[in-house]
Write a new protein. Structure first.
Length: 184
């Protein structure tokens, strides 16, 4: 059993962090979507920032919330191109990512710095994803399914896997020499 102790610790940390965060996220969504019957603020911010990104590159766009919908309408040139819902905000993927990083945490300082910077990278990538997808939906509708279902998931999950590999290689496996010397 001793030989499996480190693996069990990683698994327990992963599942504890994941279940707590996903539970809190569920309560958050339930409050906005079921109790208030509106779009949650995080999804609204993501949609509006994606529209701002397109406006920055001179594509006339906006994200709007109408009535009691639990999603945002995304429009380009005053024509609705898509809806941005909770699944588009990448928060559930970020929660999974955070649980993985914390499961392999070695020092709080390194973990915190890496988490903040890498979650920011994922967040910005997702903003670009939503903006570009809506541009494709509006301008090249025949490529919508290909872009939404295949190209952009590969990009966002590819970045997440790359960041996980960086975390493992440079922060988990690359321990300072004095740590190894203490064990000998």
């Amino acid at each position: 059993m001793k030989e499996y102790k480190s693996i069990l610790i990683v698994l327990v940390k992963f599942f504890c962090v994941y279940l707590v965060l996903i539970g809190l996220y569920y309560l958050y969504l339930n409050f906005y979507q079921n109790k208030l019957q509106t779009c949650d603020p995080y999804t609204e911010i993501v949609a509006k920032q994606s529209a701002t990104l397109l406006n920055f590159v001179s594509v006339n766009s906006m994200a709007i919330h109408i009535n009691h919908n639990n999603f945002m309408f995304f429009a380009i040139d005053s024509k609705i191109s898509s809806i941005v819902n909770e699944g588009c905000n990448a928060l559930s993927v970020i929660i999974l990512y955070i649980a993985f990083i914390i499961a392999f945490a070695n020092t709080w300082r390194n973990t915190t710095i890496f988490l903040l910077s890498s979650v920011l990278i994922i967040y910005i990538t997702n903003l670009i994803r939503i903006a570009f997808l809506n541009y494709i939906f509006h301008t090249f509708p025949s490529y919508s399914n290909l872009a939404h279902d295949y190209i952009f998931p590969v990009i966002i999950y590819g970045i997440i896997i790359f960041l996980w590999m960086v975390w493992i290689k440079f922060f988990v496996l690359n321990k300072p020499a004095y740590v190894n010397d203490k064990n000998n």
